[in-house]
Design a protein around this ligand. Structure first.
Ligand SMILES: O=C(O)C1=C[C@@H](OP(=O)(O)O)[C@@H](O)[C@H](O)C1
Ligand SMILES: C=C(OP(=O)(O)O)C(=O)O
Length: 415
């Protein structure tokens, strides 16, 4: 499918959505399971390509592990293969080979891992060649580039002879993902001590306990449905399998979307979204929840809400440079995203350019699942074409099936 044409609903939106499960939780559970020699019983693992790739690569004897475009899979497997002394080449898409990994590899080197870069220093592809404990278990790791390096080190920490002590430097981004890692480790019997004031996390040397574990539905995937409800004239949507008290930091979408006009009522089966009046402007710090930034930016742009965004620096090193991608595509909807100050404050100004002057909106998705899914809800207001729609397979393979089930939204493939 080259593109999909999405048209606005012709009546009220009523839908019950069985969400995909979280790829973040799944990928952590899979690494921990591997460290118990696959003795856990994992339920409701995500169908996301990132998770399916993790499952395949953990079980494979192939000397080359191609993670495709999965950041967590690349970072978590690098630590796992390194510390377990495996000889593996880790590679991925051209974009994956532009996403930095030097901070993690430096830390693993210090612990005693033998890792070599195959092309560019600090970037995949790389090869893990063996492990001889250095005697050092105390490592300094920057906290302001990607939390995935920290999660990767924490999960392999218990199998090192003296555990691991991580001292985080700089601001800490995506901290809820680090907390998710610590909570999943605790569930499997390894209690780490996190001292957030001193930015130090101490993990004991201890075997994980093999257990049953069931993965929750994906709050990041839920965000697109919040945007649908905010943008549709009349909407009520129920999202199944979500919990109010979640391991996932992206559950923050429930609070962020309230001033944007969406109320959340938690039920035994999930959460029901209904419409309430929206504010005219909003400021959101995305430091803890970077994956929500695109959804909220598009939602505000389409609903005439001025948005101030902070904490979005990490967006530049994700599946694409998401700041640049948003800037280019929001323009097609008549809105602009500008860097307001050099101190990383950005603003979305909705509808600066009259819709009549912008022509048919054909949204380019930049090999980024979240570009496709963040822009799709704009179809509540106007017809649009989303290019390369299958990109959603990375985290939410059934996204278009679910979207097509929304009453009155018509999807047609466009060649
Ligand atoms: O650990 C995880 O599961 C993730 C951490 C975040 O990355 P950063 O820590 O690089 O921001 C997030 O953007 C990504 O989608 C998933
Ligand atoms: C950034 C993301 O994933 P990753 O870094 O794991 O590729 C994402 O899913 O938005």
């Amino acid at each position: 499918m080259n593109a999909v044409y999405v048209t606005p609903p012709n009546g009220p939106v009523r839908a019950t959505i069985p969400l995909a499960s979280s790829k973040s939780e799944s990928n952590r559970a899979l690494i921990i399971d591997a460290l118990t020699d696959f003795r856990c019983e994992l339920h409701n693992l995500s169908t996301a390509r990132d998770t399916q790739t993790m499952i395949r690569l953990l079980r494979s004897d192939d000397p080359v592990a191609d993670v495709i475009d999965a950041g967590t899979t690349m970072r978590f497997l690098t630590a796992y293969f390194a510390v377990t002394g495996r000889h593996k080449t880790l590679t991925g898409t051209p974009r994956m080979c532009e996403r930095p990994i030097g901070i993690l590899v430096d830390a693993l080197h210090l612990l005693g891992a033998d890792i070599e870069y195959l092309q560019n220093e600090g970037y995949p592809p790389l090869v893990t060649k063996g492990f001889g404990y250095s005697g050092t278990n105390h490592v300094l790791v920057r906290g302001d580039v990607s939390s995935q390096y920290i999660s990767a080190l924490l999960m392999v920490g218990p199998v090192l002879p003296h555990g691991i002590v991580l001292e985080l430097t700089g601001d800490i981004g995506s901290r809820p993902y680090i907390e998710m890692t610590l909570q999943q480790m605790a569930y499997f019997g390894v209690e780490a001590q996190a001292d957030w004031n001193n930015k130090t996390i101490t993990v004991p040397a201890k075997a994980y306990e093999p257990k049953k574990y069931s993965v929750e539905s994906d709050w990041s995937g839920a965000s697109y449905w919040y945007s649908v409800v905010a943008l549709a004239e009349d909407a009520e949507v129920e999202l199944l399998g979500l919990k109010e008290r979640s391991l996932q930091g992206d559950s923050a979408i429930a609070h962020i979307m309230r001033p944007l006009g969406v109320d959340s009522t938690f039920t035994d089966s999930g959460v029901r979204l209904t419409k309430i009046p929206a504010q005219e402007s909003l400021a959101v710090d995305f430091t803890d929840c970077p994956d929500l930034a695109q959804t909220v930016a598009v939602c505000c742009a389409m609903n005439g809400i001025s948005l101030t965004l902070t904490g979005i620096e990490s967006l530049k090193i994700k599946e694409t440079d998401r700041v640049a991608a948003l800037q280019a595509e929001l323009q097609k909807l008549g809105a602009v995203l500008i860097e307001a100050e050099a101190n990383h404050r950005y603003e979305v100004h909705p509808m600066v350019i009259p819709a009549s002057a912008t022509g048919a909106a054909r949204i380019h998705t930049y090999d980024d699942h979240r570009m496709a899914m963040a822009f799709a809800p704009a179809a509540m207001k106007r017809g649009l074409i989303i290019e390369d729609p299958n990109v959603v397979a990375k985290s939410y393979p059934s996204f278009w099936d679910d979207f097509g089930r929304v009453a009155g939204v018509r999807l047609s493939t466009e060649i």
